[in-house]
Design a protein around this ligand. Structure first.
Ligand SMILES: [Zn+2]
Length: 198
């Protein structure tokens, strides 16, 4: 039976996505063994994140500045917006370095099952960005899941009266595939071969 402190840390870690109680305990043991080197680093990193991370008020990215580094970069093409479900998808796509436009993070996907409605997602802000004008392409980069595609079609409908090109990532994305888990080559290919939403 581990001490209360260790139990508390393990159960906090177990709440992280991808970590169950067993991996959380392994992580705690790993940290205990390396408390001289790894623990201070981890504490510093956590503290830095707590003190500096903000959500970009334009696109919903998470960064240490607001607007985020992508929105604030004058070399970025503000005429193209790539819409993604989660910040992790934005990061995955941006690692491919192929998209030179800006992003918009929805914060999820429509889901009847989980009761996620359009007003629960960051869709109004996307429409407001488009209404301001100057956008000529919206790339719908939802995951290749049923809910992702439902979300893409919903957004395409909301955008249909605007004079812009609506494209989506090429299929070639594995069905059920989550962007975050794809390698950069596959992502780059899907982005390069993007096509009108049909
Ligand atoms: Zn931003």
């Amino acid at each position: 039976m581990a001490s209360q402190e260790i139990e508390t840390l393990a159960s906090a870690l177990a709440r992280l996505p991808g970590l169950g109680p067993r991996s959380a305990r392994r992580a705690v043991l790993w940290l205990v063994k390396r408390r001289e080197q790894a623990l201070p680093q981890l504490l510093d990193a956590l503290e830095a994140v707590r003190d500096t991370l903000v959500e970009c008020e334009i696109c919903g990215n998470v960064d240490t500045r607001n607007p985020c580094a992508i929105c604030a970069d004058p070399r970025r093409d503000a005429k193209a917006i790539c819409v993604v479900e989660e910040v992790a998808d934005l990061w995955a796509l941006d690692r491919s370095r192929l998209f030179t436009g800006t992003y918009h993070v929805l914060g999820g996907r429509l889901s009847a099952l989980d009761g996620v409605r359009p007003e629960d997602l960051n869709i109004a802000a996307l429409l407001a960005r488009v209404e301001q004008g100057g956008v000529d392409e919206v790339v719908l980069a939802m995951n290749a899941t049923l809910e992702g595609q439902t979300t893409a079609h919903y957004i395409a409908e909301r955008l249909e009266d605007f004079p812009l090109r609506i494209t989506q990532l090429a299929h070639g994305l594995p069905v059920g595939g989550e962007l975050d888990y794809l390698d950069e080559g596959t992502l780059a290919q899907a982005l390069r071969a993007r096509r009108p939403l049909g």
